[in-house]
Ligand binder design. Sequence first.
Ligand SMILES: [Zn+2]
Length: 110
Amino acid sequence: MFDCVIPTRVARNGTLYTWQGKVSIKRNEYREDNSPLDADCDCYTCKNYSKAYLRHLFLSGEILGSRLNTIHNLHFYMALMAKAREAIAENRWSQYRDFCVQRFAKSNAQ
Ligand SMILES: [Zn+2]
């Protein structure tokens, strides 16, 4: 899964992984949403662009949208794994696993 095209492919198709679950940036609800994609993410995309702008780029077919979405998804995967390593080292893997399953397993793109 981590040596795979999924995070980049789905990013190019407008699906973004966040700590709140999957986000489909093309949804109309983000049209005027000036908040960052993921307030808990410190990637370049989340620090500099809003959901509304990412949605605009995606719907306009701007290549910048694909790049910014890809930057975020790759950063998210790296953070997901860093937190997993941290949880293992601190002997709290079960809690982290349960958090991830609860947060992501049933998360449909919204
Ligand atoms: Zn981000």
